[in-house]
Structures are given as structure tokens and as C-alpha cells.
Design a protein around this ligand. Structure first.
Ligand code: KG4
Ligand code: ZN
Length: 337
């Protein structure tokens, strides 16, 4: 029985996982409302909120799972990567719990959590390719077995979720931008109005999104819709423009994802399946695009439900469970990275 804690960014999360019964609870407090007015996560506010909520969320997770601390064998915690202050809250709490109750402890890589999140509810056959796209990361993994994976491509600058969030901020949409952009793009039928630039490189499996964000900005400036001097969007409330930018951006990112996945599948023909995970994998349009690519290559396509796409502790518990089975424990000297 694993109790997992996740506090790497702006969600305080705890989950209980049983090796025989699966996920027994998956509780979290999202800080989105605390950061929304700043258009992104403010590290100091995030750390303070984690301190306030961590006790409560762990108690809730134990209660929902109907287990006591005494029933827990292993405390798992996200150890890297993340905001240092936020990670420290979870890791210090986990170490204190494990030390005082004499439990085993396992430090988990947040990205490994995302990479295996589609396995929580599906027995995905190995090897598979996993596209992780979130607010902090965008990477392609070749997954050989539980805990055995290699990065075959990653973003050289911004993450995909970051591109959604930054463009949303440019055109006066709230944080986080991804869900809002999907909603507006849906309203105009996912049409490519502005034809933003795609990746020029035709070989690499790496992503790049910061040029795309700049292209959107320069297109708005050219149309006299953005003042670089005042850093201000000049067409506030122009729903039609927001819809057109959102739709063009989403189609462009869909094209980029599809192209890179297509390349990866040609390079790794032995894979049996594709998994699409991370906060951006909540996006139904992108899921459709990637599923089409997978089908074209006769590969199965998997994605987790939204509760396991965005940051959560169930995916951390799931990884800790197989690490425990592999006898791959940490100890109380572990630190954050
Ligand atoms: O995995 P996550 O909760 O946190 C990180 O580890 O970063 O991902 C959050 C990111 C945000 O950038 C958000 O805009 C994006 O996921 N996101 C979406 C959607 N829902 C959340 N992006 C596109 N479409 C969505 N429906
Ligand atoms: Zn994440």
C-alpha cells in the first residue's frame, strides 16, 4: 500500500494505491485561482499554499481510501523536477512521515509519473512511444518496460502547454490558456486562419514552440492589434479574433505533434502503441489528430482520463508501486532536484 504526495508545481495532491486493488484515492487542491491573476504560477505563492493544504489533502486521501497511516507500507513523493520551494514541502513532509512512522520511502520523477499515467487504467503493451505534453514539459519517450525508458525527442525551448498559456495571455484569455483556446477553436471549427509557421527541420524528433509564440505576437503587431510598447492587446473583447488566433494556434500545434509522431513511428517501427499524456492531453482535438496518426501506422492509441492528465498523485503512486516491486527504494537522505 502506497501513500503518494505530489507538490512539484501548483497542485497539492495525495493518493493511495494498493498493489492488488489499484488507485483507492486521488485527492488534490488546485492553486489555479491563486495564480490566475498573474497569468502563470508564482513560486512563492505556490510554496505557501502547499504548506497550508498538504495535511488536509493527505488526510482526505486516507479517508477516501478508507485506510489508516498504519496500513501504509511505503511513502512516495515527487522528488524532481519542479519548483524547488514546492518540491521541498512534499519531500520534507514525506521524509518526516516515513522517518517518524518507520515506513519505506520512494522518490519519484514527476515526468516518469506522466509517462506511465496512461498505464494506470490500461495494460499498454511494451514497447510504446509516449508523448508527454504539459505546462512545463514536452517530450517523446521510447518506453521499454516499467521504469525503463529513453527520451527520443524533447522541446528545445518552451513546452506545448506554455505556448497555449503564453498566447492566451497575449490575446487576453485567462490562465491556464489550453482549455480556453480549445473552447474558442471549437467554436470556429478548428480552421487554420493565420497559418503560423511549422517546424522547418524535417529530421529531428525535437519540438520548438517559442518561435510560434513570437510568430503570433508579430502577426498581431503587423495587424495593429498589439502594442509592443505598452505590452497590451488592443482588441480586447474581440471574440472573433480570439477564436481565429486560438484555432490557428491549435491546428499548428496539432500539425507539429502529428509530424513528429509520424517521424518517430517510422524510426521506431517495433512499437506497438502510442500514449498521449500530460495536461495538454486533455485536448480532444489533439487526441483526435494523434489517434489518426497512430491508426495510419496501425498502432493502438492510449490516453489517460483528464484526472490523470493534469498533475496528480495517483501517477506518482503508480510509479512507486512498480519501483517497490523492483525493490528500488530511496532513503531519508534523498533530496529534491
Ligand atoms: O500536466 P499539467 O497539469 O502541469 C504541468 O506539469 O505542467 O499541465 C498543465 C498544462 C497547462 O499549460 C494547460 O494550459 C494545459 O496543460 N492544458 C491544456 C488543456 N488543458 C490543460 N492544453 C490544451 N488543451 C487543453 N484542453
Ligand atoms: Zn506535470
Amino acid at each position: 500500500m502506497v501513500l503518494a504526495i505530489e507538490s512539484s508545481c501548483d497542485e497539492t495532491a495525495a493518493a493511495v494505491y494498493s498493489s492488488t486493488r489499484g488507485v483507492l484515492s486521488n485527492n488534490l487542491f488546485s492553486q489555479i485561482n491563486l495564480h490566475a491573476q498573474y497569468g502563470g504560477v508564482v513560486p512563492e505563492i505556490a510554496s505557501r499554499s502547499h504548506i497550508e493544504k498538504i495535511n488536509l489533502i493527505i488526510e482526505q486521501a486516507l479517508e477516501v481510501a478508507d485506510v489508516k497511516l498504519a496500513d501504509i507500507d511505503t511513502i512516495a513523493v515527487t522528488q524532481r523536477p519542479g519548483l524547488p520551494g514546492s518540491l521541498l514541502i512534499g519531500v520534507c513532509f514525506a521524509k518526516a512521515l516515513a522517518g517518524s512512522l518507520n515506513k519505506k520511502i520512494i522518490g519519484v520523477n514527476h515526468l516518469e509519473g506522466h509517462a506511465f499515467s496512461a498505464c494506470i487504467e490500461n495494460a499498454i503493451p511494451f514497447p510504446f512511444i509516449c508523448l508527454t505534453a504539459s505546462g512545463g514539459h514536452t517530450a517523446l519517450y521510447y518506453v521499454k518496460a516499467f521504469g525503463d525508458y529513453e527520451i527520443i525527442g524533447q522541446t528545445t525551448d518552451d513546452a506545448a502547454g506554455e505556448a497555449f498559456d503564453k498566447v492566451a495571455k497575449l490575446i487576453g484569455l485567462p490562465y491556464p490558456g489550453g482549455p480556453e483556446i480549445e473552447k474558442l477553436a471549437h467554436q470556429v471549427g478548428f480552421e487554420d486562419f493565420f497559418k503560423y509557421p511549422r517546424l522547418k527541420d524535417t529530421v529531428s524528433l525535437d519540438f520548438s514552440f517559442s518561435g510560434l509564440k513570437t510568430a503570433v505576437l508579430y502577426d498581431l503587431i503587423k495587424k495593429n492589434l498589439y502594442s509592443l510598447h505598452d505590452k497590451k492587446f488592443l482588441a480586447h473583447g474581440d471574440r472573433e479574433l480570439q477564436q481565429k488566433v486560438s484555432s490557428s494556434l491549435l491546428v499548428c500545434i496539432g500539425d507539429i505533434f502529428e509530424r513528429i509522431l509520424d517521424r518517430a513511428l517510422k524510426r521506431y517501427p517495433d512499437v506497438t502503441a502510442i500514449a498521449f499524456v500530460g495536461g495538454v492531453a486533455c485536448n480532444k482535438y489533439l487526441k483526435r489528430r494523434l489517434e489518426n496518426t497512430a491508426t495510419k501506422h496501425k498502432k493502438a492509441f492510449y490516453f489517460p482520463p483528464p484526472k490523470y492528465c493534469t498533475d496528480n498523485a495517483a501517477m506518482i503512486a503508480f510509479v512507486a508501486n512498480y519501483k517497490a516491486e523492483q525493490n528500488n527504494y530511496s532513503d531519508l537522505s534523498m533530496d529534491i532536484y
